[in-house]
Structures are given as structure tokens and as C-alpha cells.
Write a new protein. Structure first.
Length: 351
């Protein structure tokens, strides 16, 4: 491909240019996409809270992982479609820059071939774009956590999370036990005596009250409880109790690592399948259908071919000028031959 393209020694053209688009432009573009460019820790925490709802997660918040992974996978669609467009523009350029000596004489035929080839490329562009969108849709439809490239790293992440949780629980339990021991040694006796005395006094006072007086006392002295109003829009900010903050950070870290690992797996797949899809549905499809398309549209019933093979005015004038020049040269050659023959004849008679 690109054999008849002019100036092939100046820059990359044809197949080499398409190869450059695949492995230098497209691969570099999607390799620079970072899963957390537009995703903060607060977003991850909010997704974890929404996924767990009333039931806290025991191990990994899988639903939050799937939701956030799908959101990142969708970001691969735009650069993939841009790759299709770049290859399409390169194929158009190839068609417009093809120089075949046989077509110089018939400019009408050359224009018709270019027109039909551009239409063929345009007809292949839409199915190619649709297929690339389907590739992203396929990856987005099902998060395959059993993928071998992903499973190994996921197991390591879960193991690390469990080990960190166990370590934090041991530390927290030790702190609680130390605190309880200190309280028991220093304040237990005194607080126990005060509490018992207060309870006895309260029992005597309650016995003296009638049920009416007790109700009246409660109405006077017990304040009503009012729940604070919830905000209309609430995010999962750093409001975790101290004993749960460490676990929340562990969950965020695990989910982020899993998203990165799975996104890298999908990116690797797209690196392989998008160029193959473009080659199958755009490049090879247009190349294989070109001959049949040109035969059907140009030959047709034969009447169009005659008009396409007609010479334009400039070509006809050049051809007529060349014919006149050739006739003049032939006549001149005949005169020269006659002169030569005359001198040879005179020379032979003189001898």
C-alpha cells in the first residue's frame, strides 16, 4: 500500500503512516490516561458508602469497584474513535495522492475513481466507529474479576487489607485494655460508692412521689430531643469515627488499587483490539471491495466508460501537437534519406 504515492521518501505515508498512528499515537494517548485524573478519594468513599448502604462491607466493596471501573472504561472510547478518524484521513490522503502514469491522459476517469474510492471509504467509516463503540460497550457490560491478569493482583490487595485490619484491631484492643486497667485501679472504688449512694437516694425519692407527681416532674425537667436537619446534598467526607477511619482508608486504598489494575487490563485489551478492528472494517474492507466497486460503477452498461475515456482539451491539444511534430520529423527523415541516397548514387556513378 502506498506504492504509487508521490514523495514517499520525504515523510511517512500509506501503511507506515497507519502503523505509526496505531503504535505511536493511539497507544501513547491511552497510556497517558490515569484512572484517578478526575476521581478523588472523596468520590471513592462516597461510592463505597452508597454501595454498602445499611450493611457495612466485610471484605471488598465490589459494587463500588464495578461502578467506578465502568466509569473509567468509558474514557477509552474517545481516543479510540480519534484513532479511527486518523486512519480514515490517511486513507483519503492516499487516494488523492495516487499518481499512475496511465491515468494522466484520462483525467475524467481519474476523478471518477477518486470519487468512488472516497465514497467507499466513507461507507466503511460508520461500521468501524460502531464496532469500536461496541468494544468499549463489551468491556463496560461485564467486569470480569476472574481475568487471570487481574485475579493475582486482587488477591494480593485483599491479603494486604486483611493484614492491616488485623494489625489495627490488635492495636485498638490493646489500647482499650490498658485504659480499662487504669480506670479499674484508680477510680473504681470511689465511683462505685458514689453511684450506689445516689441510686439509694433516688429510690427513696421515687417511692414518695405519686404517679401524677412523677409525670409532672418528668414533663418539667426532661427536654425534648430534636434531630439535626440533614443537608440536601451530602458527600462521604472525613467524618468517620476514629476507630473506623483506618478501615475506611484501607477500603479506599484497596478499591483504588483494584481499579488501576483492572483498568490496565482493559487498556491492554483495547491496545490490541482497536487496531485489529480498524484494519478489518476500514482498511482491508475498502481494499477488498475497491475492485468490485470500480467495475460496477465505471463499466456499468458501457456508455459511461466512453465518456470517461474522452480526453480533455489540454490533453487533446498536446496529443495533436505531438502528432504534428512526429509527422514533421518523419518527413524530415525522409528528406535526409533522399539526400543521402542522391549523394551515394552520384559517388557510385563517378567511380
Amino acid at each position: 500500500m502506498g506504492t504509487f504515492v508521490k514523495d514517499t521518501a520525504v515523510e511517512l505515508k500509506g501503511g507506515s503512516r497507519i502503523n505509526y498512528i496505531f503504535y505511536q499515537v493511539y497507544c501513547k494517548e491511552i497510556s497517558e490516561i490515569k484512572p484517578f485524573d478526575a476521581l478523588s478519594d472523596e468520590d471513592v468513599k462516597t461510592a463505597i458508602r452508597n454501595a454498602s448502604a445499611l450493611h457495612p462491607n466485610i471484605l471488598i466493596p465490589e459494587m463500588a469497584f464495578e461502578i467506578l471501573s465502568k466509569k473509567q472504561i468509558q474514557r477509552l472510547e474517545s481516543p479510540s474513535l480519534q484513532c479511527v478518524q486518523l486512519v480514515f484521513e490517511e486513507l483519503r490522503k492516499i487516494v488523492m495522492e495516487i499518481e499512475m502514469p496511465e491515468l494522466y491522459r484520462f483525467q475524467g476517469l481519474r476523478r471518477k475513481i477518486n470519487e468512488e474510492m472516497l465514497q467507499l471509504l466513507s461507507s466503511c467509516l460508520r461500521p468501524t466507529n460502531q464496532m469500536v463503540k461496541h468494544l468499549v460497550m463489551i468491556q463496560d457490560a461485564y467486569i470480569n474479576t476472574y481475568h487471570p491478569d487481574f485475579q493475582k493482583q486482587a488477591a494480593l490487595n485483599v491479603k494486604d487489607m486483611l493484614e492491616r485490619d488485623e494489625a489495627e484491631e490488635r492495636k485498638a484492643g490493646q489500647r482499650v485494655m490498658n485504659k480499662v486497667s487504669e480506670i479499674e485501679e484508680s477510680e473504681f472504688d470511689q465511683s462505685h460508692k458514689v453511684t450506689v449512694g445516689q441510686n439509694l437516694q433516688m429510690d427513696e425519692r421515687v417511692k414518695d412521689f405519686s404517679s401524677y407527681e412523677v409525670n409532672k416532674y418528668m414533663q418539667k425537667n426532661v427536654r425534648p430531643i430534636h434531630m439535626p436537619q440533614m443537608q440536601t446534598f451530602k458527600r462521604a467526607e472525613d467524618d468517620d469515627p476514629g476507630q473506623y477511619a483506618s478501615r475506611s482508608q484501607n477500603e479506599i486504598g484497596v478499591v483504588k488499587n483494584l481499579i488501576v489494575n483492572y483498568f490496565n487490563t482493559v487498556r491492554k485489551t483495547m491496545n490490541d483490539t482497536v487496531p485489529k478492528t480498524i484494519m478489518a472494517f476500514l482498511v482491508n474492507k475498502s481494499k477488498n471491495d475497491a475492485q468490485n466497486c470500480l467495475i460496477q460503477t465505471i463499466y456499468g452498461d458501457g456508455t459511461q466508460l466512453q465518456s470517461l475515456l474522452g480526453e480533455d482539451t489540454e490533453t487533446r491539444q498536446r496529443r495533436e501537437h505531438c502528432e504534428e511534430m512526429a509527422k514533421t520529423l518523419r518527413d524530415s527523415l525522409d528528406y535526409l534519406n533522399e539526400v543521402r541516397d542522391f549523394y551515394f548514387k552520384e559517388a557510385s556513378e563517378g567511380l
